[in-house]
Design a protein around this ligand. Sequence first.
Ligand SMILES: [Zn+2]
Length: 55
Amino acid sequence: MNTLSNKKENEHLDPVCGMVASSEIPESKYQGKDYYFCSEHCKEQFDANPEEFNG
Ligand SMILES: [Zn+2]
C-alpha cells in the first residue's frame, strides 16, 4: 500500500526552493552528495552557501 508517495522515483528536490528539480543530472556536489536544482539561480544560491541548504 502506498499512502504517501505521489513522488516519482526519478524526481529530485531542489534544496533551495523545495521544488522538483528540472534536471536529472546533478548540478552541484557538496560533501559527497549530489544536488539538483530547478534553475541556475537556485544553483548559485546553493553554491554560495551550501551549509545553509544542506540537510
Ligand atoms: Zn529552485
